[in-house]
Design a protein around this ligand. Structure first.
Ligand code: SRM
Ligand code: SF4
Length: 517
């Protein structure tokens, strides 16, 4: 039984409004909303239910909505990118797009009155933004080099698409999964380097051999929240790739029907696993599937350091290459998007891929076209060989558009890195992740250096500051980092980071490098 049908008294306000009217119901009202305008429509529809369609009211920029897409495995075509670029272009200075930490795109500046037309343009090119926010499954991540990586174990593209199709009814919207107790993250890793951060997903599939067959070990319950962060734990189950969709369905049904709904701070999957214990949770998933799951393979195949895919790499298809472009803090304007669509078409196969590090990969570039590709002016902005600090920089949205933010992130992250790079030489990339508040969208816990926005008192005044996280390890033996210092005023951060980079990451001051010649 879905707990949302419990007596109203035991439900929090989100459960109440979901029980009153399903989020997906606003789809039928879009024309009406467009005519009424954003100020006149029902507040709960505007601020909450529209997120079921990926349409996010932004209290920071009222009337200018954010549109969060779904891009299975982070892959889109140049035709799709052009449609998205046209949307962004409509809004002039207000229009831009961000690559997200879930291999996805968010468009900004969007007006509610344009949504029906935008959705009409999405349909013919196969784009959807459905169920991308609130109590739904977020964009499903997969290996960004699926199908082109010579060392790949399992091509995740089709699997991710199948799971997305199942839970969104092929992009139309699926009321079966539109009232989960809370958000839910799914990732499918296909390579050896855990490129999707399996450990920070509610449900993740990790390649593993069992009895000579290649399938997946399953981990569950990983999540970040302001209240608690946990890495995923083994379900003690191994599945054949053919079973991935069924397992996703069963896990989601168990979560939907039994997940905790009274307190939103304790509603993510791990809280249910805590209450039941992993064995009971596993047994319930088996009951839902109607058969026993195989126990997990002794070891998984994640035995590489994580790659960032920036630069030029030979594909498994002989004579073809993929090129990773660095997109500073993941932000595009409309022209950038048109340019990317063009170069993907002119030099590659028209395909564009996104990574969880907020960067782009253009695959399928023949050897003969590579030099011309590398000479494209766009690559002066989106480098294939960025400086080591910029290369590994990730940032959440921050106060420019997000009302949860305690600090501005993206612009500050870039300015700080540029200042540090002006004075330091780094022997290797250092992964610095910024996140504007404890919700941790910028994943500071997976970074070498994580910076989480907070407010600090300095000289009797409240100023923007950060808590410092260290020790996040990605790839094989992934581990979450911890907070090592609290309450650093942002204005004091640069010298602190400078010392940290010198002491712990082998950075050398640039003057010293020059002096030694
Ligand atoms: Fe997030 C809420 C942005 C990845 C944990 N996240 C939000 C909202 C929707 C809040 C809001 O309404 O303003 C932010 C929208 C701001 C905006 O205008 O852009 C927001 N989250 C993002 C993105 C765009 C950050 C980025 O710059 O890349 C990422 C979008 C991913 C996507 O394509 O769907 C994003 N958020 C994450 C991640 C990272 C991940 O999934 O690997 C996390 C931590 C992992 C997790 O969820 O377990 C994350 N976001 C949260 C939370 C805390 C969840 C919780 O259980 O408490 C919130 C707050 C909430 O849901 O109540 C949140
Ligand atoms: Fe907004 Fe906080 Fe998420 Fe950053 S971490 S996007 S500030 S909710």
């Amino acid at each position: 039984m879905i707990s949302a049908t419990k007596p109203a008294a035991s439900l929090n306000k989100f459960e109440k409004f979901k029980a009153e009217k399903d989020g997906l119901a606003v789809k039928a009202q879009l024309e009406q909303f467009a005519q009424l305008g954003w100020e006149a429509i029902d507040e709960t529809d505007r601020e909450h239910r529209l997120k079921w369609l990926g349409v996010f009211f932004r209290p920071v920029t009222p009337g200018k909505f954010m549109l969060r897409m779904r891009l299975a495995n982070g892959i889109l075509t140049s035709a799709q990118m052009r449609v998205l670029a046209e949307v962004v272009q409509r809004y002039g200075e207000d229009g831009n797009a961000d690559i997200t930490t879930r291999q996805n795109l968010q468009l900004r500046g969007v007006r509610l009155e344009d949504i029906p037309d935008i959705f009409n343009r999405f349909e013919p090119v196969g784009l959807t933004s459905v169920q991308s926010g609130m109590d739904n499954v977020r964009n499903i991540t997969g290996a960004p080099v699926a199908g082109i990586d010579a060392s790949e174990l399992i091509d995740t593209r089709e699997l991710v698409q199948q799971v997305q199709d199942m839970l969104t009814n092929k992009g139309v919207g699926n009321p079966e999964f539109s009232n989960l107790p809370r958000k839910f993250n799914i990732a499918i890793a296909g390579g050896r380097d855990n490129c999707v951060h399996a450990e920070i997903n509610d449900l993740a599939f990790v390649p593993a051999y069992k009895n000579g067959l290649l399938g997946f070990n399953i981990v569950v319950g990983g999540f970040f929240s302001a209240k608690r962060c946990e890495p995923a734990i083994p379900l003690n189950a191994w599945v054949n790739p053919d079973d991935v969709v069924n397992v996703c369905r069963a896990v989601l049904e168990v979560y939907r029907d039994h997940g905790l709904r009274a307190n939103r701070q304790k509603a993510r999957l791990m809280w249910l696993i805590d209450e039941w214990g992993i064995d009971q949770f596993r047994a319930q998933v088996e009951k839902q599937i109607g058969r026993q799951l195989e126990t997990e393979a002794e070891k998984d195949e994640i035995d590489w350091e994580k790659r960032d895919h920036i630069g030029v790499y030979a594909q498994k298809q002989s004579g073809l290459n993929y090129v990773g472009l660095h997109i500073p803090v993941g932000r595009f304007n409309a022209q950038d998007m048109f340019d990317l669509a063009r170069i993907a078409e002119v030099y590659g196969s028209g395909e564009i891929r996104l990574t969880v590090e907020q960067n782009v990969i253009i695959p399928n570039i023949p050897d003969s076209r590579l030099d011309a590709f590398l000479g494209e002016p766009l690559l002066l902005k989106f480098s294939v060989n960025p400086e080591p600090l910029k290369r590994a920089l990730v940032s959440c949205t921050g106060s420019q558009f997000c009302n949860f933010a305690l600090i501005e992130t993206k612009n500050r992250a870039l300015a700080t890195i540029e200042a540090l790079e002006a004075s330091l030489s780094l022997p290797r990339p250092v992964r610095i992740h910024w996140t504007g508040c404890p919700n941790s969208c910028g994943q500071p816990q997976v970074a070498d250096i994580g910076l989480m926005g907070t407010k600090v008192r300095k000289n009797g005044k409240a100023v923007e500051g950060v808590d410092l996280y260290m020790g996040g390890k990605v790839g094989k033996e992934a581990q979450l980092g911890n907070c090592v210092q609290k309450g650093i005023a942002c204005e004091d951060l640069e010298p602190l980071l400078r010392d940290l980079l010198i002491e712990q990451f082998g950075a050398t001051p640039k003057q010293e490098v020059l002096a030694s010649f």
